[in-house]
Structures are given as structure tokens and as C-alpha cells.
Design a protein around this ligand. Structure first.
Ligand SMILES: Cc1ncc(COP(=O)(O)O)c(C=O)c1O
Length: 361
């Protein structure tokens, strides 16, 4: 059991993820005669790859040590068989903001930003593109926009636009698990819109780490080559694979409940002064909380609250374009479900008050 005395809203709070507890979960699931994988072949890794290929309705799937490697490899493979190395994505996509330009430095891809910085990509914006593209990456949900999701018809139209033109459609589905309840369609139906799909094993699935890249069998086999070439071929990846299997069994069936809880939380915050949620009603278990205070004041107030024994609300905050407003991300998972909505509301209320006091002091 995780330590019930730790009051934290932060997904992946290390104090809620102690190795001893995680090893106990793995031990409870492993057979005495289970064989390990050998450089990613066989054992739990193979089992996970097969299960993911089926779940996502793709021909094949390969384990990757990180999502960053999975998406970059998929995009370079799409570009390698086309006549251009230009790949399109939203300006706030993880691959642009958080991956240190790996797509350009390592894979010689040229990034083209598509759409408005603060809004989801639209079909009109795609239709306005005047240069050939090898691939377009969609991030579902768009994490840096508060977990926003395009409506289904728009997503269908956008991906069709690309594929009809021979442009590969790639999904950064790090949080496809969190997006699926909103669409009310199977993971395979969502994945079908894309040529290749990356999914994360350690975010809401709660695994130790790692990713899966799924798509056509030939492309997936080629991706194995790149995994080795990039130094990503682990001798034993079975602990990561097994913990992901555990996540598929225990967290995936609860994703709708996590989303509903996120909506309850956002509704409870709607009348708290100086606090707003983005989006107003979450489309996934992930959403943003905006606080009317600069980031430094927010962090000082948060540190003080934690020091006084209050609830930890986030691991890191971020600025917004408004100088007197900052934000933090919330993802409802099993741990957040254990915190009463009223307690979280009161903690955020107190945080916002204290942040304003720090700012005015
Ligand atoms: C939307 C998105 N894409 C990709 C990644 C990369 O995942 P990894 O840490 O496995 O490289 C992340 C990680 O936070 C993410 O949030």
C-alpha cells in the first residue's frame, strides 16, 4: 500500500512510489519460472508488445526506453521514405518544447510549427500549409494547453487531410489512456486514424518507465534497428514491461473515473477567488490550475504550506503569458482519488490566498 499519510495531488510524487511497494506489486504478479527478455526479445516485453499491438489495432509494436525516442524514430522513418524531411507539429508539442530539438540534431528533421500557439490545430490551418510535409504529429491530449482534445470529427478530418496527401500521421499518445474516455471510442479506433502511435507506459499507467511504438510490421522492425543504433536496447526491460502490464490491468479500467473526478475537482474550484481551471471543464484527467499570482509568489506559498504540513499540490509550476498569473498541472490518478475533493479545494484556496499575500508583501 502507498503511504496514506502522504497528502499529495502530484502524480508521480516519489513519496507515493517507493521501490519496496513497487517490487511487491511485481513479485505478486510474476511466475516462478517466468523467463526474462533478452535484449527486448521474449518474456514480459514480448507479451506487452503483443498486447499493445492488439489494444491499438496495429500490426506490430515495439518497446522503447522513452517516448522521446519512440516519436523521433517514427518521424525519421516516415521522412526516410519520402522526399522531404519537414515534419509538422503544434508549437506547444512535447517534441518541440521538451525534447531539446532531438528531431533536428539527431535525425536531421526540419520542424514546421502548425497552428496557433495557444489553441488546438485546426483543419483550416493544415489546409493553409504550402510546403510538402513528410509527417504530422498530433499530441492527444495537448498537454501544455491543459489537456485539450480536438473534437472527433475535426481529428478525423485533419488526419484524413494528411494521409490523402501521402503525409504520415503520427500520434504522440503519451496520454491516449486519458484521452480515450472523452472520445468514447476504443483505443484501436483512435489509433486507426494514425500510421504510427506512441503510448507511454509510466504516466497514468503508473509503470516504471518506457514507451511503445505501434504501427505497420515493417516499420516497427526498422524501429528496432534505430533503438539499438541510438543506444536504447536494454539488456533486460522486463521490470518496465511487467509494471506496464500491471498498469493496464489496474489503471486502464479506472480512467473514466479519474476523468470524472477531475471534473468534480474543477467544478469545486470554480468559485474559489483567484483560481481558474483550464479548460473550465477538463476533457481528460489532466488539466491546469491557474492562480492569480506570479510564479515566485506561488512557489513561496506552496513551500510554506508544505512546511506547515499542508497538502503538496504540484511538483513544479509554470509561468503564463500574464505576468501576474501562474499555473500548475493536475493529473487525477489513483492517489488523487483518495483525497476528498473538499480537502483539495480548501488546500488550493489556501494556496491562492497565501500566494497573493506573498505577492503583496
Ligand atoms: C505529451 C508527451 N509526449 C512525450 C513525452 C516523452 O515521454 P518520455 O519521458 O518517455 O520520453 C512526454 C513526457 O512527459 C509527454 O508528456
Amino acid at each position: 500500500m502507498s503511504d496514506a499519510s502522504v497528502r499529495s495531488l502530484a502524480l508521480h510524487d516519489p513519496r507515493l512510489r517507493l521501490p519496496a511497494e513497487r517490487l511487491r506489486v511485481l513479485l505478486s504478479r510474476v511466475d516462478e519460472d517466468e523467463l526474462p527478455d533478452d535484449y527486448g526479445r521474449g518474456g514480459a516485453v514480448q507479451r506487452l508488445e503483443d498486447r499493445m499491438a492488439t489494444l491499438l489495432g496495429k500490426e506490430a509494436a515495439v518497446f522503447m526506453p522513452t517516448g522521446a525516442m519512440a516519436s523521433q524514430v517514427a518521424l525519421r522513418l516516415h521522412a526516410d521514405i519520402r522526399t522531404t524531411r519537414v515534419i509538422g507539429f503544434h508549437p506547444r508539442a512535447h517534441i518541440e518544447v521538451h525534447e531539446r530539438k532531438g528531431y533536428a540534431v539527431v535525425h536531421q528533421l526540419i520542424g514546421k510549427q502548425l497552428g496557433d500557439h495557444d489553441r488546438l490545430l485546426t483543419l483550416d490551418e493544415l489546409e493553409a500549409v504550402r510546403e510538402p510535409l513528410a509527417a504530422v504529429l498530433w499530441e492527444l491530449p495537448q498537454r501544455d494547453l491543459g489537456g485539450l482534445l480536438p473534437e472527433w470529427d475535426s481529428l478525423v478530418a485533419q488526419t484524413a487531410w494528411a494521409r490523402e496527401r501521402g503525409i504520415a500521421a503520427h500520434l504522440d499518445g503519451a496520454r491516449i489512456w486519458e484521452a480515450q474516455p472523452y472520445y468514447g471510442r476504443s483505443h484501436a479506433e483512435i489509433a486507426e486514424l494514425f500510421d504510427t502511435v506512441y503510448v507511454s507506459l509510466y504516466k497514468s499507467l503508473g509503470g516504471l518507465g518506457g514507451a511503445i511504438l505501434a504501427g505497420p510490421a515493417a516499420l516497427v522492425e526498422h524501429a528496432r534497428e534505430w533503438r539499438a543504433r541510438l543506444g536504447g536496447q536494454l539488456h533486460n526491460a522486463w521490470p518496465l514491461a511487467m509494471s506496464a502490464e500491471a498498469g493496464l490491468d489496474s489503471h486502464l479500467p479506472r480512467m473514466h473515473d479519474y476523468w470524472m473526478h477531475a471534473r468534480e475537482l474543477a467544478a469545486a474550484l470554480s468559485d474559489v477567488p483567484g483560481v481558474s481551471t483550464v479548460p473550465h471543464m477538463p476533457q481528460t484527467p489532466l488539466f491546469h490550475v491557474h492562480i492569480d499570482a506570479p510564479r515566485e509568489a506561488l512557489d513561496a506559498a506552496h513551500a510554506q504550506l508544505i512546511h506547515e504540513g499542508g497538502m503538496r499540490l504540484y511538483r513544479y509550476s509554470r509561468t503564463t503569458t500574464h505576468p501576474e498569473r501562474s499555473r500548475f498541472e493536475v493529473t487525477v490518478g489513483a492517489d488523487a482519488m483518495r483525497l476528498p475533493v473538499e480537502d483539495v479545494r480548501d488546500a488550493i484556496d489556501e494556496l491562492a490566498r497565501a500566494a497573493r499575500q506573498h505577492h503583496n508583501a
